[in-house]
Design a protein around this ligand. Structure first.
Ligand code: AMP
Ligand code: MG
Length: 360
């Protein structure tokens, strides 16, 4: 087996093995080894179509606690359980609502997570003690093959240190978790680039707890009207989803979200850049190709610029977002300015992540 960049911690116990896998034709030996690690209670990072996940056996409380420890994740933030077979639903819930099957038939495998009543045999640690459990069937050949090799559903949050942008390639996973997890399956960059939509089916009407790859418009085609938790973060205690409480997806430097029409955002950026430079500090800009053309570097412009793609192609913007946020960390900026995008389709997910990243 190829084992590269294996590092050993000071105590000589924590090595992370990284295996390169071809998404179209993953090496069965690597999958078998990763499956063995999972059955033994270990942790494996793997690609999905959204971002990289950090998986552990969802039926094993000790394995689940390793996920929380490696990520530094607050214990009250529940995990999504990943399946790759319809019969695994019955292990996770006794009362699957009909909408689960309607939505599953339409969007699974895919970037949609459904919150349903938790089966009494599912360890409460998975759901941070909630009576519900979040379930998703990921659309990635490596993720599906890994779940089958493990033979159990996998609890798997995003494979980043808690609070950081989610990983969209294996290098990001290494930056955050090398030495703290057992295996990384490197299947190249992910596709969608932002996490799954989380839909709570225990509410009437169902409520979008987190916007993602399956948009509100797509869900409403199947279910009729759905609610959204957007804006309810501070309205109810506890909030509709525990994850809403935390700053997330954030680079090291403070992030300022530009708002308004494109022209207003350009003017706002110029004003902020003027102030930042007058104080001898450095600011970066993440934005569309169109906005970057209006704000060239040099002569009072941004000290670092990163294009997220065209403003007309929000899928591309979503796919580039986390990589760009991580790049700003390497540039050691004092401030990062980020363009706002229209909240239609996947734009709702982009803006949800940017607002949370800007939250202090
Ligand atoms: P992550 O997998 O790290 O991207 O985060 C999963 C998201 O799903 C977090 O925002 C959690 O709070 C949310 N979540 C997971 N399980 C539940 C649940 N049972 N009820 C409500 N929200 C959940
Ligand atoms: Mg996450």
């Amino acid at each position: 087996m190829i084992c590269y960049r294996q590092e050993v911690s000071i105590e000589n116990v924590c090595a992370t093995c990284c295996y390169k896998v071809e998404p179209g034709d993953p090496n069965p030996l690597f999958l078998e080894e990763a499956g063995r690690v999972l059955r033994a209670g270990g942790t494996v990072a793997f690609p999905t179509e959204t971002v990289y996940g950090l998986g552990a056996d969802a039926t094993n409380p000790a394995a689940i606690s390793r996920i929380f420890a490696a990520k530094g994740r607050p214990l009250d933030n529940p995990l999504i359980v990943h399946i790759a077979d319809w019969h695994q639903i019955d292990m996770l819930t006794l009362k699957a609502p009909p909408a689960l099957y309607e939505l599953g038939r339409r969007f699974w495998p895919g970037p949609l997570t459904l919150v349903v009543p938790r089966h009494p045999d599912v360890p409460p640690e998975v759901s941070a003690g909630l009576p519900t459990v979040a379930v998703r069937w990921p659309a990635h050949p490596v993720a599906e093959a890994l779940i089958r090799a493990a033979g159990v559903p996998l609890a798997a949050p995003s494979a980043n240190r808690s609070g950081k942008p989610s990983p969209t390639n294996a290098e990001h996973v290494k930056q955050d978790l090398e030495g703290m997890i057992d295996v990384i399956l490197d299947g190249g960059p992910t596709g969608v680039g932002v996490e799954s939509t989380v839909l709570d089916l225990t509410r009437t009407p169902p409520m979008i707890l987190r916007p993602g790859g399956v948009t509100r418009e797509m869900l409403e085609e199947v279910l009729g009207p759905v609610d959204t938790a957007a804006g309810l973060e501070n309205e109810t205690d506890p909030p509709p989803s525990p994850g809403m409480k935390y700053r997330h997806y954030a680079p090291d430097s403070p992030l300022v979200l530009l708002e308004g029409e494109p022209r207003e955002m350009v003017e706002q950026a110029r004003r902020v850049l003027g102030r930042v430079h007058a104080e001898g500090r450095r600011a970066g800009l993440l934005g569309s190709r169109e906005m970057l053309e209006e704000l060239p570097s040099g002569d009072g412009g941004p000290d670092f610029r990163c294009s997220l793609g065209s403003r007309e192609d929000l899928e591309q913007v979503a796919a580039n977002l986390y990589q760009a946020l991580r790049l700003t960390d390497e540039m050691r900026l004092d401030l990062v300015l980020v363009e706002s995008f229209p909240e239609r389709g996947i734009g709702a997910a982009i803006m949800n992540r940017l607002r949370r990243a800007a939250f202090r």
